[in-house]
Design a protein around this ligand. Structure first.
Ligand SMILES: Nc1ncnc2c1ncn2[C@@H]1O[C@H](COP(=O)(O)OP(=O)(O)OP(=O)(O)O)[C@@H](O)[C@H]1O
Length: 334
């Protein structure tokens, strides 16, 4: 978008023409220049005035406003120091029984509850920065305040990165090209170095190593998720990561969480896996669409984690031996 002339930009995004007309923005004489060149003939106050009427703007137009703001050097605060969930109601209209839940960077919160109980709905409320305007009536605060609308609409500053079981690539690119493309869109000055760092981290999570030249379409399910997790941890600016059931993803789940947390992300994960549920500092229990309880992981549970980890490592070991074509022997496993 940056390199388009103003007239190309208006053809590509017709809604911008409407915006220009509604706000009496005259472009005659500037059609062949870039958008940035056009902006230079406004004063800062004029543009701030024009950009103020944002109530009805679509998400695409939000990108346009962001460009205006970044051109003018209007810095919006992007740092997320806390995420707060305020109670709403369950599927039967009963008020949720918690006062408020505040989550800080580097904290992991698990979400547990039966199938269909409303775990994904909670993740969706967070992604939409709900403001009592979803079926649950919950509200989300960022840094203790009603969130800036940019979190809903902006494509550059996504509040949330989602990781799920289903991940398919359809582009014909190598892993290197794929990561470098993402790095360039983030204006990273050393895309090659970042690509190597991401691949190294991803290979620590996945069973079988892949290289920088592997086509992304030939990555296995586990390798794709490992790549996405490493990419999200290292390159994504989204401060919150929502994970929907990665237990069967064929990756080292514990290392994946460690990687995300080391990058100061807020991690919420819906899970049925006891190991993952107990790694979290707290767990949200969902029942009938409502938050039924928020439990701190007790010391006794943390101790259990060691036992679960041992069981898990037996299973991992057995899996690896089977994969390598070995015959399993009980005394070699336990
Ligand atoms: N508080 C609520 N009020 C009204 N509807 C709700 C509420 N919570 C959840 N729902 C609705 O209930 C349905 C099931 O919820 P959801 O898909 O979030 O369940 P889930 O726990 O993620 O299930 P699964 O484990 O199968 O993924 C959805 O249609 C959701 O919108």
């Amino acid at each position: 978008m940056k390199n388009l002339t103003l007239s190309q930009l208006l053809i590509k995004y017709p809604f911008i023409t409407d915006y220009f007309e509604q706000n009496n923005l005259e472009i005659a004489g500037y059609e062949n220049g870039t958008f940035e060149e056009y902006l230079r003939h406004f004063t800062r106050e004029q543009i701030e005035d024009k950009a103020l009427d944002i109530e009805r703007l679509s998400s695409d137009l939000w990108i346009f406003i962001e460009q205006m703001e970044s051109f003018l050097g209007i810095e919006k605060e992007n740092e997320v120091r806390s995420l707060t969930i305020l109670p709403g109601k369950d599927k039967y209209g009963n008020p949720e029984q918690f006062e408020k839940l505040t989550i800080l960077p580097s904290q992991i919160i698990s979400i547990v509850g039966p199938t269909g109980s409303g775990k994904s709905r909670l993740l969706a409320d967070i992604e939409w920065t709900a403001n009592a305007d979803t079926p649950t009536g919950r509200s989300i605060l960022i840094n203790d305040q009603e969130p800036d609308r940019k979190w809903r609409y902006s494509s550059n500053n996504k509040l949330v990165a989602q990781l799920s079981q289903n991940m398919n690539f359809v582009m014909d690119l190598s892993v290197k090209e794929f990561i470098e493309m993402h790095a360039q869109s983030r204006m990273i000055s050393n895309p090659e170095e970042v690509a190597n760092k991401i691949i190294e981290a991803a290979n620590k999570l996945a069973g079988e190593n892949f290289t920088i030249d592997t086509p992304i379409t030939s990555l296995s399910g586990g390798q794709s998720r490992a790549l996405m997790i490493a990419d999200t941890a290292i390159l994504s600016t989204s401060p919150i990561v929502l994970i929907d059931e990665i237990e069967n993803a064929g990756i080292d789940r514990q290392k994946a969480l460690e990687l995300l947390v080391s990058e100061e992300k807020i991690v919420l994960m819906a899970t049925h896996d006891p190991l993952l549920a107990l790694i979290a500092d707290k767990r949200i229990v969902i029942k009938n669409g409502g938050i039924h309880a928020v439990l701190e992981t007790s010391q006794e549970e943390k101790n259990l984690l060691n036992d679960f980890d041992k069981i898990d490592s037996v299973m991992r070991n057995a899996r690896q031996k089977l994969r390598a074509g070995e015959i399993l022997k009980k005394d070699e496993l336990f």
